[in-house]
Design a protein around this ligand. Structure first.
Ligand code: SAM
Ligand code: TMP
Ligand code: ZN
Length: 408
């Protein structure tokens, strides 16, 4: 493990602004016989004084997080399935409209995006180090290389298959601390006319919503247009477009292109100006965020302790990676939340990381309904609340904590 205070992008000084303390691997759902070997690290976040990149202070080795049993399945949400299908159609109609186009996706997971591309008969390659999810993508007819994307992988792909029109990564680039290797690889693999498109949680939304649970081992970087533009320039790339997207609690889709090849869309200057006007990287903004996080912790504990004192039942909804930070930072254990329900079979029958709350299937939720459900998967709130509308009709209440603690 590297304890670093140098920026992983520009080697500038990284100033810590929040320490969540000792935290487990967010996607490591443990079996009851494995409790002794759990891995912990210090989860703290800082900002580079030179390039404004927000990043973790400590890096967790990548094979601890991404391996054969990585449990996250991208296709677990119907909203996300439509989101990726629409984007794939858009790529097919635009960047992939030329002769014999080729798209490479980093972190293709179970193939949620590439399925549409493969069905259209377009040349593609998913690069996915987590073996179990890579196999699920292959079973859908998608070509997958089981590997971490980095410079050597990119060179090898280019040698074997030629340059790419599109390199795409969703909720993956922010997971990769070794950015220099990745962006060298991107520039080597991309056609001069090509684009590198990636979408990740937007730091502007994290600050606005105080959604501190976006901070966990796998999320190493928290991008803004300002920090992405500065990062891109170091590797001969221009930031040519940004698009705010509502999924996963607020993200930005960034488009980079080889320098001088494309005229930046007006949205780039607009978002840069907005970030400056908000002083998004400023000390007061970051201290304000830290204060809100402490308030949410206090209020959430109060709500849960009151429910317990009143003899009410409380269940968690969605054993998200994000919830590892909430439960461990706020001290939410099986005493306060008796179990968490989740549709992912690989998580069921196991215990949540660190605090060890049992995970059960979604059928356990209505058998019988609890008094309160703590919505850990708040980024899927519309989908889940629509699906579980009978819960409120039966008198149940949702406990939410983004952007502040409230019971509805
Ligand atoms: N793209 C999907 C989505 O948006 O739902 C999956 C996102 S998942 C949170 C992150 C994925 O990135 C995991 O499947 C992980 O195995 C993969 N990953 C991690 N490091 C990677 C790397 N260096 N190259 C390619 N994929 C990587
Ligand atoms: P995510 O916030 O990282 O996408 O994780 C969502 C988690 O919530 C994942 O483990 C699947 C689970 N989930 C459910 O249990 N029911 C649902 O309806 C949805 C959308 C997600
Ligand atoms: Zn920096």
């Amino acid at each position: 493990m590297t304890h670093t205070t140098r920026c992983r992008i520009c080697d500038g000084a990284v100033e810590e602004f929040f320490d969540f303390g000792r935290q487990p691997l967010s996607d490591r759902f443990v079996r009851p016989d494995e409790l002794e070997n759990e891995f912990f690290f210090r989860l703290a976040v800082g900002i580079c004084a030179s390039c404004a990149m927000v990043q973790l202070m400590e890096e967790v080795p990548r094979t601890h997080m991404f391996h054969e049993d990585y449990p996250y399945l991208s296709s677990g949400s119907s909203v996300m399935r439509s989101h990726f299908e629409e984007l794939a159609k858009r790529f097919l109609a635009t960047e992939l409209g030329g002769p014999d186009p080729f798209i490479v996706e980093l972190g293709c997971n179970d193939g949620v995006m590439l399925k549409t591309v493969a069905d259209a008969g377009v040349r593609h390659l998913g690069v996915e180090p987590s073996g179990g999810v890579a196999e699920l993508a292959r079973a859908k007819g998608i070509e997958v290389r089981k590997d971490f994307f980095e410079e050597s992988t990119a060179n090898d792909i280019r040698d074997g298959k030629g340059p790419a029109d599109v390199i795409y990564a969703a909720n993956t680039l922010c997971h990769i601390p070794y950015m220099e290797s990745v962006l060298r690889g991107v520039t080597a693999l991309l056609k001069p006319s090509g684009v590198f498109v990636f979408e990740d949680p937007y730091f502007g939304d994290i600050v606005e919503r105080a959604s501190f649970d976006q901070i966990y081992d796998e999320h190493f970087y928290f991008f803004t247009a300002t920090s992405v533009r500065s990062m891109a320039r170091r590797f001969g790339l221009d930031l040519v477009d940004v698009e705010r997207i509502p999924v996963h609690g607020g993200e930005v889709r960034y488009t980079l292109a080889p320098a001088g090849q494309r005229t930046p869309a007006p949205a780039v200057a607009e978002l840069l100006a907005e970030e400056e006007a908000r002083a998004l990287s400023g000390r007061d903004t970051l201290l304000g965020f830290a204060r809100r996080v402490e308030t949410i912790r206090e209020q959430l504990r109060e709500v849960l302790q009151r429910a317990k004192a009143e003899g009410k039942t409380v269940v968690g909804y969605g054993a998200t990676a994000k919830s590892a930070t909430v439960t461990n930072f706020c001290g939410i254990n099986p005493d306060l939340v008796s179990f968490v329900c989740d549709t992912t079979e690989a998580k069921q029958g196991r215990l949540t990381p660190g605090v060890h709350i049992p995970v059960r299937g979604p059928e356990a939720f209505r058998d019988p309904y609890p008094d309160y459900a703590l919505l850990f998967a708040w980024n899927h709130a519309d989908e889940i609340m629509a699906k579980e509308h009978e819960f409120r009709a039966a008198g149940g209440k949702w406990i939410r904590y983004v952007p502040e603690v409230h019971v509805v």
